[in-house]
Design a protein around this ligand. Structure first.
Ligand SMILES: Nc1nc2c(ncn2[C@@H]2O[C@H](COP(=O)(O)OP(=O)(O)OP(=O)(O)O)[C@@H](O)[C@H]2O)c(=O)[nH]1
Ligand SMILES: [Mg+2]
Length: 182
């Protein structure tokens, strides 16, 4: 059996904990506490990480780590990115400037996991189906310095999250093929 460490980055409220819980099938560890950050009206927020094991249809296993979105916990991002096989950058379709919101996480990807396969997940697509996806694609290319696939989805849906993971695993396989030929 192959295990893949997958790290989820994204702003406060983007749905990182929601995504991890959606595919956890009951076994989930989270470190959410009552939110005291006045920049957000959220009731709870993650302060260390979310974690869940996910079994893929092909027998592989994902070890999913959701990061805390708040900037004051940004020191944890590179720690969690160590040894990652894949990265998901989440952005909230209902935020005022979704492309801009991704920037600091794309920079973290570029700095700490430049070669690790990654995808962009646009969460809350159920709430804002007319979100400007082109702006997100351009921001990702510009800031990460490489093109990244983009998947609009609903982070509460197990099926939707599994589809996002499928796109990420496709990137992982493609990267492995390229590696074998250099
Ligand atoms: N309708 C809808 N609601 C969502 C979606 N994703 C997340 N939510 C809701 O958005 C809120 C915030 O989600 P969280 O998963 O706590 O966000 P987070 O990224 O873990 O935030 P931090 O831990 O504070 O960084 C919750 O109330 C979720 O139910 C989505 O795709 N659609
Ligand atoms: Mg969280």
């Amino acid at each position: 059996m192959i295990e893949h460490k997958v790290v989820i980055l994204g702003a406060m409220g983007a749905g990182k904990s929601t995504l991890v819980r959606a595919v956890a099938g009951g076994t989930v560890i989270d470190t959410d506490v009552i939110n005291t950050d006045t920049s957000s009206a959220k009731l709870s927020t993650t302060v260390a990480m979310d974690y869940a094991d996910v079994n893929l249809p092909n027998g592989d296993r994902l070890r999913l780590y959701g990061t805390p979105g708040q900037e004051r916990f940004s020191f944890i991002w590179p720690v969690l990115l160590q040894g990652a096989r894949g990265v998901v950058i989440l952005a909230d379709a209902s935020s005022p400037d979704v492309a801009q919101e991704m920037e600091r996480y794309l920079l973290a990807l570029r700095e700490h996991a430049a070669k690790v396969p990654a995808v962009i997940g646009i969460s809350k697509f159920d709430l804002v189906p007319d979100v400007d996806l082109d702006a997100c694609v351009l921001q990702a290319q510009k800031t990460a310095g490489r093109p990244l696939p983009l998947v609009p989805f609903d982070a509460r849906s197990e099926d939707a999250v599994m589809m996002l993971m499928d796109v990420l695993m496709g990137e992982v396989e493609a990267a492995a093929l390229v590696e074998d030929h250099v």
